[in-house]
Design a protein around this ligand. Structure first.
Ligand SMILES: C[S@@+](CC[C@H](N)C(=O)[O-])C[C@H]1O[C@@H](n2cnc3c(N)ncnc32)[C@H](O)[C@@H]1O
Length: 332
């Protein structure tokens, strides 16, 4: 197989032809069954048929995924049908363990500032829907990840001091050394250590601080709320020369009605900690966003869709965007 690889086929059919345990990471966003207007796919099964179908998809994913593989599943809901994501999650739960549960935040208000994009609604009952779920499933709930690969050194709230200070780093090291010498903590070390132990303590502490020095820029885990704003299709299109009388969605998204932003699969791949050259598969690849992310990060991307027009767009997009994005957005 030559990568990136796209095939126009029903994803279950494709997976059935693959060897078991051959894929490192699945990242996908399936149709949500919310009657979205795709060019070919009809997004309007009964809820029961939809969940039964998704159960089959899940079983196939489980078969082709390696035992230490990752399955990132992005699903959203709408106000009038708020259970879609939860129902899908419960279906997958029959086969996988939910190891991490992320919320994709598309828009957020902090004090008097708003960040991101969302579709505003007019309603007397609902709020605008600004989040979706990204479920991180694994086979046994015990797969190592690299959360610091997407970590950052953010400032904490002005009112509260930064927890990771030099003093705190030193205190953690002192506790570690105390435990190493058989004390329950540093306080008990101070109270009951001998002169010989005190000398030994200083030698070990010096080494520990040398091996792991205080680094004010050390990244920390960003938690499970991922702020990933959309880039509006108008902006994407204008970047590639479109004028205001053009159909921006057609130009920048091949008329696909439901794509996720590139940053989403990039974040999943980095978080998973999979090695370069790993196979990343999207059974519902649409415009190829997952495969583009895989290529940018040095992975082997594979995607299926039943709609050949979306796949044709995806192939052109990969060629056009790979170099440009790496350089301009500095995503790596
Ligand atoms: C939510 S979209 C995915 C969009 C994609 N994440 C992107 O960024 O472009 C779901 C896609 O699944 C495709 N699809 C629906 N049923 C399928 C099936 N059985 N096998 C493969 N693809 C399917 C649809 O054509 C649609 O493009």
């Amino acid at each position: 197989m030559k990568y990136p690889y796209f095939e126009k086929i029903d994803c279950n059919e494709w997976m059935r032809k693959q060897k078991p345990k051959s894929i490192d990471c699945v990242i996908t966003s399936p149709p949500y069954n919310l009657d979205i207007k795709y060019s070919r796919y009809k997004d309007n099964m009964s809820r029961k048929d939809y969940l039964d179908w998704f159960n089959q998809v899940t079983k196939e994913i489980k078969r082709v995924l390696k035992d230490d593989g990752h399955f990132f599943l992005n699903v959203g809901s709408i106000n009038s049908d708020p259970y879609v994501a939860m129902d899908v999650c419960n279906e997958v739960r029959k086969e996988f363990v939910l190891q991490n549960n992320f919320t994709w935040v598309k828009h957020i208000a902090v004090h008097d500032k708003g960040y991101g994009q969302y579709k505003p609604i007019t309603s007397k009952r609902y709020t605008s829907n600004t989040t979706e779920s990204i479920f991180h499933f694994t086979k046994d709930g015990n797969v190592e990840v690299n959360r610091l690969a997407i970590g950052q050194r953010n400032k904490t709230h002005e009112k509260y001091p930064e927890l990771y200070s030099e003093n705190r780093h030193r205190a953690v090291a002192r506790r570690k050394v105390s435990k190493k010498l058989g004390f329950s903590n540093y306080k008990s070390f101070l109270e009951s250590s001998s002169e010989k132990e005190k000398k030994e303590f200083e030698v070990i502490l010096k080494q520990v601080m040398k091996d792991d020095p205080y680094d004010p820029n050390k990244p920390k885990c960003i938690g499970n709320a991922w702020f990933i704003p959309y880039i509006p299709t108008s902006k994407l299109s204008k970047n590639i020369g479109a004028k205001s009388d053009h159909n921006f969605r057609e130009i920048s998204r091949g008329n696909h009605p439901a794509t996720f932003p590139l940053q989403l699969p990039i974040q999943c791949i980095k978080f998973s900690g999979i090695k370069k050259g790993s196979i990343v598969y999207d059974p519902f690849v649409g415009t190829g966003t997952t495969v583009l992310a895989a290529k940018i990060l040095g992975m082997k991307g594979v995607g299926n869709d039943i709609d050949g027009d979306y796949l044709n767009f995806a192939k052109k997009r990969i060629i056009a965007e790979t170099k440009e994005i790496q350089q301009e957005l500095n995503l790596i």
